[in-house]
Design a protein around this ligand. Structure first.
Ligand SMILES: Nc1ncnc2c1ncn2[C@@H]1O[C@H](COP(=O)(O)OP(=O)(O)OP(=O)(O)O)[C@@H](O)[C@H]1O
Length: 312
């Protein structure tokens, strides 16, 4: 696993979230498998993983919506339930149903009235860009607008931990930007933000720590840069003239993938220097040669595929 996060937390600091050897099974499926992790104040943490990796189950355990079969889950040193009752946790869940027959403003006011440390409803509406549609019935909202209402409910009061399960699904580009700008403000004020996402570019841009889950286990834990470095591979692209000997290219050492499109070749290699050296050995002369590190998305695919290969 990638080395621990760069966030230096003193050993005496009570973690915001503590998972200690946590396991959760559904029948024969181990959704969470001996998971241990600690989150500290002020961290913005992205939880990544392929479908079925256990992200939602992890968040449900953390919110006390599901009980672990083994291990312990603590939030601010107490049980999830106690932390939630104390108003320390705001959450936005993937499939959280919204009451239908009420207006956006009524629903947000209700959430504020239930929060132990509420914000003013008008401020919550404004922050989620809902003021214009405050009088609209919740069942008349578009998918992206409904997401913004869920976001408003998660930020109805002054919580220290904000948990978001795929928060920007369905939001358009400007709604996403506004959403993450607000989340940055929340983190800058010392709150911990934990979000599960399939948008790796969001994780790369927003998170200062990235957790990669796979089959309920933590495969990597570090900054986005550390995760990219862990994948090790590099992208090499170049143009060739004339007929391209694809079979020859596929025989190059250290390759993890080859893609030929027209006269352009894109490869991934775990040792780009050796691969390029061998390329010249084939007697071909690459033009416009570029070597670059992996993006977070490619690194994520490389790490999870390598794990799949190990297990199969
Ligand atoms: N209530 C349930 N009953 C049975 N199996 C479940 C239940 N909830 C989740 N699972 C299984 O547990 C595993 C982890 O599911 P989970 O929803 O936590 O993954 P995820 O990483 O959030 O996936 P996705 O990215 O698709 O949302 C999957 O194999 C899933 O099928």
């Amino acid at each position: 696993m990638v080395g621990m996060t760069t966030t230096a937390a003193p050993a005496t600091t009570t973690p915001v979230v503590g998972f200690d050897q946590v396991t959760k099974t559904y029948g024969s499926v181990r959704a969470v498998d001996g998971l241990s992790l600690r989150l500290y104040p002020g961290e913005t943490v992205a939880l990544l993983g392929p479908n079925g990796a256990g992200k939602s189950t992890t968040l449900d355990l953390l919110l006390g919506l599901k009980q672990a079969d083994g291990g312990t889950v603590s939030v601010f040193g107490t049980s999830p339930r106690e932390a939630i009752v104390a108003g320390r946790v705001g959450a936005m869940l993937q499939s959280g149903g919204l009451m239908d027959e009420v207006t956006v403003a009524e629903l947000v006011k209700l959430a504020c009235s239930l929060h132990p440390k509420p914000y003013k409803a008008d401020d919550v509406l404004a922050r989620a860009s809902l003021t214009q549609i405050a009088d609209r019935k919740v069942n008349k909202l578009s998918g992206g607008q409904a997401q913004r209402v869920r976001f408003a409910l998660a930020t109805a009061g002054d919580s220290d931990l904000i948990v978001l399960d795929e928060p920007t699904t369905g939001m358009d580009v400007s709604a996403r930007h506004a959403f993450w700008a607000t989340m940055r403000e929340q983190a800058d004020q010392g709150r911990t933000v934990l979000f599960a996402t399939h948008y790796l570019e969001e994780a790369d841009a927003i998170a200062d720590r990235v957790l990669v889950l796979h089959r309920g286990r933590l495969l990597a834990d570090g900054t986005a840069a550390e995760i990219k470095a862990k994948a090790g591979a590099r992208r090499v692209s170049f143009d060739l003239e004339g007929e391209i000997d694809e079979a020859g290219l596929r025989g190059l050492p250290f390759l993890t993938s080859v893609d030929v499109s027209g006269q352009t070749v894109r490869i991934q290699s775990s040792d780009a220097d050796a691969t390029v050296h061998a390329l010249y050995g084939l007697g071909v002369y690459p033009r416009n040669l570029e070597v670059a590190g992996l993006g977070l998305e490619q690194a994520f695919v490389a790490i999870t595929e390598a794990e799949e290969a190990k297990q199969s």
